[in-house]
Ligand binder design. Structure first.
Ligand code: NDP
Length: 284
């Protein structure tokens, strides 16, 4: 058996079209959804991510502000900038590209963003809202992974979902979203004993470890849906996931490639969260 390949690029286009229609409907009422992206310093990877986020906003006709602050920006200056954006009615979503320079406390920064404009879903209020089942903004990468499952027709309710990784940006919120969708959820970490015992029982396997090709075909249940969140750059310059695609695709029922799987969805869901945030201002 060869797995169905989940085409993240095609699904991202489809989802973007849905959210463009919602953005257009808002514009017809005089509201242009706006996203502010702040980058502090010159990290090259971060610059690429930020440029892609701004580009995606432009494609959907959203207003976006790309705010570049020097690496020696003080924490107070950054917090001041965030406070101004919190009060700016043109802006419905604010994100600060992580990592920030070490002299700035990233926890303070995330808490300074108004929970109503926290389109990354990292503010403790929004993390709590997700955990208590009152989701407002789901973190974009796991939200995108859920959309891939939904659009591929993978049923979640009653299934055993195994998430490998417990980061605040991927693993933990992914587990929460799967739980919300009525999966039976197991979270594995680097301390898990006999990882394969869990992965072989997974109907849905989400891998977010940052360890290239660590999940091989023999660790996968036949027919499982495999979502590979990992993005690893190899010595030859090519990207690969945390799953060994070649062996996994012979066993899995569905699988996301890297690149072209989860990656294109992350920015799409950022745009979706910005439009949703703007929709919430209607009538306020
Ligand atoms: P982190 O490094 O923050 O977390 C990795 C997690 O994997 C940890 O919880 C760690 O366990 C666990 N882990 C590491 N090794 C093993 C192992 N051998 N067995 C089981 N668990 C293990 O990474 P992120 O969550 O930020 O990112 C994960 C991957 O996803 C990376 O490749 C990253 O590049 C990619 N990514 C992709 C995005 C996208 O848009 N597609 C967005 C964000 C991330 P422990 O907690 O015990 O240390």
């Amino acid at each position: 058996m060869t797995a169905r390949i989940i085409d993240g690029k095609a699904i991202a286009q489809e989802v973007r079209a849905e959210w463009k229609a919602r953005a257009d409907a808002l514009k017809a009422r005089g509201i242009v959804p706006g996203l502010a992206v702040i980058i502090v310093g010159e990290d090259p990877a971060s610059k690429v991510y930020v440029a892609n986020k701004v580009k995606a906003c432009a494609e959907l006709g959203l207003h976006s502000e790309h705010i570049v602050m020097p690496a020696d920006t003080s924490e107070a200056a950054l917090l001041g900038r965030i406070a101004a954006l919190n009060a700016d009615p043109k802006i419905h979503g604010i994100l600060v590209q992580l990592p920030v320079p070490r002299h700035i406390d990233s926890g303070k920064v995330l808490e300074a963003i108004s929970p109503d404009k926290d389109v990354d879903g990292f503010h403790p209020v929004n993390v709590g809202a997700l955990a208590t089942g009152n989701m407002r903004f789901a973190p974009c990468t796991p939200y995108g992974a859920m959309k891939l499952l939904e659009k591929s027709g993978v049923s979640i309710e009653g299934k055993h979902a195994v998430v490998i990784g417990r980061s605040n940006i991927v693993g933990k919120p992914m587990a929460m979203l799967l739980l919300q969708a009525n999966a039976t959820v197991t979270i594995c970490t680097s301390k898990t004993v006999d990882l394969a015992k869990f992965t072989r029982d997974a109907d849905i396997l989400v891998v977010a470890t940052g360890k290239p090709k660590m999940i091989t075909g023999d660790m996968i249940k036949p027919g499982a849906a495999v979502i590979d969140v990992g993005i690893n750059r190899m010595a030859d310059g090519k990207l690969c996931g945390d799953v060994d695609f070649d062996s996994a695709k012979e066993v899995a029922g569905w699988i996301t490639p890297v690149p072209g799987g989860v990656g294109p969805m992350t920015i799409t869901m950022l745009v979706a969260n910005t439009v949703r945030s703007a929709e919430r201002t209607v009538g306020k």
